[in-house]
Write a protein that binds this ligand. Structure first.
Ligand code: ZN
Length: 382
C-alpha cells in the first residue's frame, strides 16, 4: 500500500531521474507566444518597409536578410504619404524624398493592402515576428476611422496598430494636399476612439514645436497631452520623444517628458527613442545622456527603442541606430536596458494582438448595413 510517507520519496525520485529538459518542458504551459530569440539585440518598435514613393523591401527580405538573428520582432509599416512626381516642377528628376521637390504629398491608402499582402506572403512562424500597422488614412478626414475599421475587416489576423502617422511634422505637414492636420481635429478623436475600442496601438509623430519657433511654450505640447487625456483607453507611442531633424529638444526637454511620465492622467502615453536624429541628441553630450538615463531608470516600462529606418539595404546599415545608442545601453541597468530594447515591445504588442484579434472575432463576417441611397446610385427613386 502506498502511503504519503512512501509516495513523496517516489515523486522525488521520479523528478530526479527525469531528464532536465523534460521537466522544463512540463513547466512550459500556457498560451503560445511569439518566438523570441535569445540572442536578439532588440525588437524594432518603429520600422518602415517602404519609402515616400512606396518602394522598399519585401517582408521576406526584411526578415531573412535584415532582421536575421539580430532582431527578434518588429513593427511593419510603410509611409502613408506619397511624394508626387510633378513633371511641371522637377522635370525628369524623379523625387524619392519629400525634401527633393516642391510638389505636394498625398495620402496613399493602398499602402495598407500592400503591407497586409506582404505579411500574408509569409509562413506562420515568420508572421509571429511582425506587427503590421495601418497608416493609409487622412487624419483630417472624419471618415479616417472608417478606413481603419475597413482594413481590419478586410485583412483580419494581420494588424496590431495604427501608425506611424503624422500630425505636426517639419516640412511635411504644410506639403500635404488638403487640410493641414491638427491635434484638435475631431477626425483625430474619432481615430483615437476607434483604436481604443479595437485595441490598436497608436504610433504618432508629432513635433513638440515648429522648426523656428517663437520663444515661450512649445506650440504642440499641451495639445498632445490633451489628446492623450481625451483617450485614456488608447495606447499612444509618441515617436522620437517629439523631436525632429530641425525641431530641437525644447529647453528642459527631459523634464517635460518626465513630467508627462509622472502624470497619472497620462498613463496611456509612451515614447519611442527611434531615429538617428533622436540618438544624435541623446548621446550628443554627457549631460543629455545622464538626463536620459535618469528618466529611463525612473520609468523603465514607458519607453521603447526603434530604428525608424526606411527600407535599409543591409543589416549593417540597419544596426547603425542601435549602435549609436551603445553609450546608453552601457549606462542603463540591465533590467532597464532589457525593458527598453525588448520587454516593453512584448508587453504592448502582445496585448494589442490579443485585443485586436478579439475585436475582429466579434465583427468580421457580420452583415454590413446597406447604405442609404445616394443621388448617383439611382436607387433613391422619385
Ligand atoms: Zn518613422
Amino acid at each position: 500500500m502506498i502511503t504519503l510517507r512512501t509516495f513523496l520519496p517516489l515523486v522525488a525520485a521520479a523528478w530526479l531521474t527525469t531528464p532536465l529538459y523534460a521537466q522544463v518542458k512540463k513547466l512550459r504551459v500556457g498560451p503560445a507566444k511569439a518566438p523570441v530569440r535569445q540572442e536578439a539585440l532588440f525588437h524594432d518598435a518603429h520600422f518602415h518597409l517602404t519609402n515616400y514613393i512606396q518602394e522598399g523591401l519585401t517582408a521576406k527580405y526584411y526578415l531573412d536578410s535584415i532582421m536575421g538573428d539580430k532582431i527578434g520582432r518588429s513593427t511593419l509599416f510603410g509611409i502613408p504619404l506619397q511624394q508626387q512626381w510633378s513633371h511641371r516642377v522637377t522635370g525628369k528628376n524623379a523625387p524619392t524624398y519629400y525634401l527633393e521637390s516642391d510638389a505636394p504629398l498625398y495620402y496613399y491608402s493602398f499602402t495598407d493592402a500592400f503591407i497586409a499582402m506582404q505579411y500574408r506572403s509569409l509562413g506562420p512562424e515568420q508572421q509571429k515576428r511582425l506587427d503590421p500597422m495601418i497608416t493609409g488614412f487622412n487624419p483630417t478626414d472624419m471618415y479616417a476611422a472608417d478606413h481603419i475599421r475597413r482594413v481590419l475587416l478586410t485583412f483580419p489576423g494581420v494588424f496590431s496598430g495604427v501608425g506611424e502617422f503624422s500630425i505636426h511634422k517639419e516640412f511635411v505637414s504644410s506639403k500635404v494636399s488638403g487640410d493641414v492636420a491638427s491635434l484638435t481635429d475631431p477626425a483625430l478623436d474619432r481615430i483615437m476612439e476607434f483604436c481604443g475600442e479595437a485595441g490598436l496601438v497608436v504610433i504618432l509623430h508629432n513635433d513638440i514645436d515648429n522648426p523656428f519657433p517663437k520663444p515661450g511654450a512649445p506650440n504642440y505640447l499641451d495639445a498632445m497631452k490633451e489628446l492623450a487625456r481625451r483617450h485614456p483607453n488608447t495606447t499612444i507611442i509618441w515617436a522620437h520623444v517629439g523631436v525632429g531633424r530641425v525641431v530641437h529638444p525644447i529647453d528642459h526637454h527631459a523634464d517635460a517628458i518626465e513630467a508627462m511620465l509622472a502624470d497619472p492622467t497620462l498613463k496611456n502615453l509612451y515614447f519611442d527613442i527611434s531615429w538617428d536624429e533622436t540618438a544624435k541628441y541623446i548621446v550628443g553630450s554627457d549631460s543629455a545622456l545622464a538626463r536620459t538615463v535618469r528618466v529611463l531608470e525612473r520609468y523603465p516600462d514607458r519607453i521603447l527603442f526603434g530604428t525608424d529606418n526606411v527600407a535599409p539595404a543591409t543589416q549593417e546599415k540597419h544596426l547603425k541606430v542601435y549602435r549609436m545608442y551603445v553609450p546608453l545601453w552601457k549606462a542603463l541597468t540591465p533590467s532597464t536596458s532589457h525593458a527598453v530594447r525588448l520587454g516593453n515591445y512584448e508587453r504592448l504588442f502582445d496585448d494589442a494582438r490579443g485585443k485586436v484579434r478579439a475585436w475582429e472575432a466579434a465583427h468580421v463576417g457580420r452583415p454590413m448595413p446597406i447604405p442609404p441611397p445616394s443621388p448617383a446610385s439611382g436607387a433613391g427613386g422619385r
